[in-house]
Write a protein that binds this ligand. Structure first.
Ligand SMILES: [Zn+2]
Ligand SMILES: [Zn+2]
Length: 825
């Protein structure tokens, strides 16, 4: 579809249109006739020049270039009939029409020149960007001894401002001072503007104070000088002084003070300036309106901004884009889309900003349908290769899970920037496709595109999602060579990635060298300790954090409370939970409640946990009930467990984990009828078991195993290893717990099924390939199975190896026959 439209999109026609006769040609001829008649009638050289001047001024006023040229020719033919006044008008005409060659020729041919001639040509040269010539002419004006008056000075100052060389203005200031023009409001305002541009606010103020009769331009110049240079308070103080002097502001004054109130983040000030602009009838001025919109959007809320938007005339695409962007940024997507539709119905043509903002709204609501509609419109109006818009399109498709469409747009872009790369990487990470994200990152490096903060932090997230410690440390080495080594956001991602990839020690190393730790750094480290079951480290880090000026937030408490629930610190957990609201002012959310239920459940206080759940102000989520169900399994409380399972299945009837937990619970309690019923119910509801997958990384290569998977090339040695492990751990006292197998098969078969669980295949492969002394790290996509957990504990004792398994919830460190989770997860 994209290619199809591309062929038909053409911005300019191939053939120029045929020339059409200009109706002004006839008029010009008529005017020349009139001119001739007038000159003939007057028959006097003095009046000749006067007539030419009038005629030329008429041409300038009407923009009639053709007739102007005719009058010039006429005068040339007569010869020597123009006076200096008329020559200057002729020069001004060429300047006004932008014919620089004509203007320079006239200037050279002039029999005499005065200050006006110079100033006129200097302005013309400046307008067309011929700055060197303009400065040279200014020098000539001075050296030829022409009058240096306020017009000359203001022209020169304006020239330096356009040239962006305000330092030249200082020389002019000296001249101004010598000739006593500094008290003039006209010259003074230009000097203020020049100094404002160099950031010399005090100099500007000195000039302002010298001006005797300050007009509104001078006041506005000084107020805007303060506002532009971030002297917001001074700007507002001067503004109120100006109001006391009974001067009414103009639209530029109001725009400047609004800007000042934005930099002070003061909605109150902004509102009073809004009131002032209503009193002065400027509230519908497009400049003031734009500034008001900006002020309300930044200091107030988006509703206030909308009220302003509805009042001001919005035939300007910038105001529309601004409003749409605000809605999209504040996640008010319906409003953004509605406004975009209204804009499309008006005469305003969307630009790249309005298009990319409306696409952001489509991405926020994950609406492929809307995204495709905007996309086809983008193609129609020829914005699809505009980088801003294309990146927004890539994002929409990625968010909707259509990576192929994203890649198609990406590959057809003529100029790809780092944002395009980042959008694709983030897209893969969000879809949980960490390996693809890493591939794109490598391509980006091969294309020699510099990575940004987003690139590194999202690529690290990709590493964390697939728990690849080797890739993470390679990336770390790479980051160390970039300016992002000291970047807090990237460092936080590093801490999180190391923790989630199983190396808590590396995470701590990074944490210790972060230059400016923020709350996310602390949270990453505390939750890192929590998922590794390192309770004392986590709690002492939390104590340390409380001593800094960084305030704990809701995420910090999820980490702290899960630490308490991991090791059963009931009293501490309760006091942390109570302090959340009373000391730290944090309203507990469902995750905190879940932690508390786990904590109470784990310590066997199942009834307290039930009571706790009843007191949760909102409807408890399945997460809360599952936490209590796990506790019931450990403490063999069938009654409450059954209730929990019912609650979960009411909301999520297809939740496989709950069936497994329920079945395990009945099996442990020896209620075999119920076990059979659970299986039956699973079958009748068509619950699909999410296939269990386990990964192990060996020498940078990730090997994936699924249940009963025999496709691995080393399967023979893996089977032999499993057989050997089976014998060894049975001898050491391991008793298989076949209750975790939900299939209706014989006991023998069940035991055999246990031995093809994906985590065991990965473990056997790791034992074969990873040399002694190195830990074996495995990642699993589901909850660690009960029986495999028991087997792993035994294996760690028999083979004397450290085994680290990351399941969907946390890390299990097996060593010497024990697990860091304390058999509770
Ligand atoms: Zn298992
Ligand atoms: Zn464990």
């Amino acid at each position: 579809m994209i290619r199809f439209f591309r062929r038909f999109r053409r911005k300019s026609p191939i053939f120029p249109p045929p020339p059409t006769p200009n109706p002004r040609d006839y008029a010009s001829n008529a005017a020349l006739l009139w001119l001739e008649e007038e000159i003939d009638a007057l028959r006097s050289p003095i009046f000749d020049s006067y007539a030419y001047a009038r005629s030329l001024q008429g041409c300038i006023a009407n923009g009639d270039r053709m007739r102007g040229g005719g009058v010039h020719c006429h005068a040339l033919k007569r010869g020597g009939c123009l006076d200096l006044f008329c020559w200057n008008i002729l020069l001004n005409m060429y300047v006004k029409f932008g014919v620089l060659v004509g203007a320079c020729n006239v200037f050279d041919e002039m029999p005499e020149r005065n200050m006006v001639s110079f100033v006129t040509l200097i302005q013309g040269l400046a307008d067309l960007g011929e700055f060197d010539e303009a400065v040279e002419l200014f020098r000539r004006l001075h050296s030829e001894g022409h009058e240096l008056n306020k017009f000359v000075f203001t022209t020169a100052l304006k020239l330096f401002v356009i040239m962006d060389s305000p330092e030249l203005g200082r020389h002019v200031h000296a001249g101004v001072y010598k000739l006593g023009h500094e008290k003039n409001a006209f010259v003074g305002s230009s000097l203020i503007e020049t100094y404002s541009l160099c950031g010399l606010v005090n100099e500007a103020r000195r000039v302002f104070d010298e001006i005797i009769y300050k007009d509104i331009v001078a006041w506005t110049g000084m107020v805007s000088c303060y506002a532009e240079n971030d002297w917001a308070e001074s700007a507002l103080r001067l503004f109120s002084k100006m109001r006391k002097a009974r001067l009414n502001p103009n639209n530029f004054t109001l725009t400047s003070v609004l800007k000042a109130s934005v930099s002070l983040w003061s909605l109150k000030l902004g509102k009073s300036i809004h009131g002032c602009s209503i009193k002065c009838h400027y509230e519908t001025d497009p400049y003031v309106g734009g500034a008001l919109l900006d002020m309300y959007a930044k200091c107030g809320d988006v509703e206030d901004a909308r009220l302003v938007f509805d009042i001001i005339p919005h035939n300007d695409v910038i105001l529309w884009s601004f409003m749409i962007a605000r809605y999209a940024q504040s996640n008010q997507n319906e409003e953004a889309l509605e406004l975009f539709l209204r804009m499309m119905r008006s005469s305003v043509v969307p630009n790249e900003f309005s298009l990319s903002s409306v696409l952001q709204a489509c991405a926020n609501v994950v609406s492929l349908k809307l995204g495709v509609q905007v996309h086809s419109h983008v193609v129609k109006i020829g914005y699809d290769s505009e980088i801003f818009v294309a990146n927004a399109l890539i994002d929409v498709y990625a968010k909707c899970g259509e990576m192929e469409a994203s890649l198609e747009i990406f590959s057809q872009l003529p100029h790809i920037n780092e944002v395009s790369w980042n959008t694709v990487i983030v897209g893969y990470v969000q879809l949980g496709l960490g390996e693809d994200a890493l591939k794109v990152f490598n391509q980006m490096r091969n294309a020699e595109v510099e990575g940004t903060q987003v690139t590194y932090s999202s690529t690290l997230r990709a590493c964390a999602s697939i728990a690849t410690i080797e890739q993470a440390s390679q990336l770390h080495a790479l980051i160390a060579k970039t300016p992002f080594n000291d970047d807090t956001v990237v460092s936080n991602s590093l801490i999180d990635t190391y923790a989630k990839s199983g190396s808590i020690a590396d995470a701590r190393k990074v944490f210790d060298v972060v230059k400016e730790r923020d709350v996310i750094s602390w949270n990453a480290m505390i939750s890192g300790y929590a998922i590794h079951g390192l309770a004392s480290d986590a709690l002492s880090l939390f104590d340390e954090m409380c001593k800094t000026r960084i305030k704990a937030n809701d995420v910090t408490f999820v980490g702290v409370l899960s630490v308490c629930s991991n090791i059963g610190l009931v009293q501490r957990g309760l006091s942390f939970f109570n302090s959340m609201k009373s000391v730290h002012g944090i309203e507990p959310c469902m995750e905190h409640y879940t932690c508390m239920v786990r904590l109470l459940g784990r310590s066997g206080r199942l009834n307290d946990a039930m009571k706790f759940i009843e007191e949760i102000p909102s409807e408890p989520t399945p997460m809360v009930w599952r936490a209590l169900l796990s506790a019931c399994l450990v403490h063999k409380n069938v009654e409450i467990g059954k209730l929990c399972a019912e609650k979960v299945l009411e909301i999520e009837p297809q939740d496989e984990t709950t069936y497994v937990l329920l079945s395990n619970m009945y099996a442990t309690a020896g209620i075999w009828d119920e076990v059979a019923l659970v299986r039956k119910s699973m079958r009748s509801k068509g619950v699909k078991k999410e296939p269990g997958l386990s990964w192990i990384e060996i020498l940078g290569e990730v090997h994936c195993f699924s249940v009963g998977d025999e496709s691995h090339p080393d399967m023979r040695s893996i089977k032999a290893m499993l057989e050997w492990l089976n014998i060894r751990i049975n001898r050491a006292g391991y008793v298989p717990d076949s209750s975790v197998v939900l299939h209706d098969v014989g006991e023998d078969q069940k035991t055999r099924l246990l031995w093809v669980h994906s985590e065991r295949l990965a473990l056997a492969f790791g034992l074969i390939r990873i040399p002694h002394g190195y830990p074996i790290r495995i990642m699993k996509n589901l909850r660690f199975c009960l029986d495999c957990h028991a087997a792993f504990k035994m294996v760690s004792k028999v083979v004397k190896r450290d085994i680290v398994v990351r399941d969907i919830n946390r890390f299990h460190h097996f060593a010497g026959g024990n697990c860091s989770c304390g058999d509770y997860w």
